[in-house]
Design a binder for this molecule. Structure first.
Ligand code: AHG
Ligand code: MN
Ligand code: MN
Length: 361
């Protein structure tokens, strides 16, 4: 079994060799300076992922103890989005914040649970955004939750990082991933194409409870183009826009409708769990725009939920849109910006897209 430590060591060695020889796919036609820059970015990114993993293991430990560790229930405060914070939202946020701000590569951190970005080392090359505990409503009932992260380059080295430094499109991400705290603890991540010189795409590791090490499960994960499994919170049906209602009507009609096949619903109530299922066996995940609160474009947050999941899904051959537009093309205007999300198996995402495009005409 390959441990995460071994995996990263090989990756960095390959990278250094590639830098010297310019042999790999991503490095061909690069100048020496470009190649060195890529290797530096890669090694800093790996270091930051190791820090995230270390904090993630502590969160997994707490979840395993559950009620016995007194981590259930409300923290008694609201976050910037007006949502009640759970105790574990706050604990997970603090663990990640403390660990990342102590990492010399990290110039700043932004979290779902913090109004503004927290500056770290001004000389760091990277910015890290995270959803410390995704699926908070699952904590108290012993159901899956996760941590989602997105790593961006920092362009103002030497200066104190501010909110504006984080407002980069998803396409600028250097890496993204999640930890899933489920029946077992899973780590999935991917590097941006330019950094992924080994072409390993999306990789998945499982935490071995006996050794405390993450061990490689799979590389080059690929999402099937077609699916008959969908995830959406159907209780919001009356608030959806007409094309989304039409899509779900057609799906529910099964073999007797236009789709001519039966579909199955799965809803984990933690995006991290739904995306994990899609990486494992395909499917479509939707949190659409609705009319419940016209000031919110959707429920999910662009920078620490939608963008990192979009990078994983696209790198695995799937599609990630707001129903029409590619999510990673969004130019963010706020670190807590919300966005509608339709992602997963490519052909199914295209069905949703076609309905929305037709009805826009
Ligand atoms: P968070 O717990 O970080 O606020 O995110 C929860 C999100 C997402 O993970 C999940 O898919 C969705 O909210 C669940 O929404 P419903 O409450 O509508 O099921
Ligand atoms: Mn979340
Ligand atoms: Mn959260």
């Amino acid at each position: 079994m390959t441990t995460l430590t071994e995996y990263f060591t090989v990756l960095l060695t390959d990278h250094q060799t590639d830098t010297a020889n310019h042999t790999s796919h991503a490095m061909q036609s690069k100048t020496d300076a470009d190649a060195t820059h890529i290797t530096d970015a890669m090694s800093a990114t790996i270091d930051v992922i190791n820090t995230l993993v270390h904090a993630g293991k502590q969160i997994a430990d707490l979840l395993r103890q559950g009620a016995l560790a007194d981590i259930h229930g409300e923290a008694g405060a609201e976050n910037v989005q007006g949502e009640q914070q759970k105790k574990l939202d706050v604990i997970a946020n603090d663990l990640l914040l403390d660990a990342l701000t102590a990492n010399p590569h990290c110039a700043g951190v932004a979290s779902e649970e913090l109004d503004d970005a927290t500056p770290a080392n001004p000389d760091g090359k990277l910015l890290v955004l995270f959803d410390p505990l995704d699926g908070s409503s699952n904590i108290d009932i012993n159901m899956p939750t996760g941590t989602i992260f997105s790593i961006l380059p920092y362009h103002n080295q030497g200066q104190t990082a501010q909110n504006a430094d984080f407002l980069q499109p998803g396409d600028s991400q250097l890496a993204a991933g999640y930890l899933l705290y489920g029946a077992s603890t899973i780590l999935a991540f991917t590097f941006a194409t330019a950094l992924d010189t080994d072409q390993s795409g999306v990789v998945m590791f499982g935490l071995n409870p006996d050794t405390g090490e993450f061990e490689l499960i799979k590389e080059c994960i690929s999402i099937a183009e077609d699916t008959t499994e969908y995830a959406i919170n159907g209780s919001n049906y009356r608030h959806w826009l007409p094309p989304m209602r039409q899509y779900i009507d057609e799906v529910l009609a099964g073999t007797s409708g236009i789709r001519q096949k039966n579909f199955n619903t799965r809803w984990v109530a933690a995006m991290v769990g739904d995306v994990h299922r899609i990486l494992c066996r395909g499917g479509i995940f939707i949190y659409p725009q609705d009319t419940k609160d016209p000031s919110k474009a959707g429920k999910l947050r662009l920078m620490y939920e939608a963008n990192p999941m979009s990078l994983l899904v696209e790198r695995a051959g799937g599609a990630a849109t707001d129903a029409v537009k590619r999510i990673m093309d969004y130019q963010p205007t706020d670190i807590h910006q919300r966005v509608p999300v339709v992602l997963g198996s490519k052909n199914e995402v295209q069905v949703v897209r076609a309905l929305h495009q037709q009805q826009q005409l």
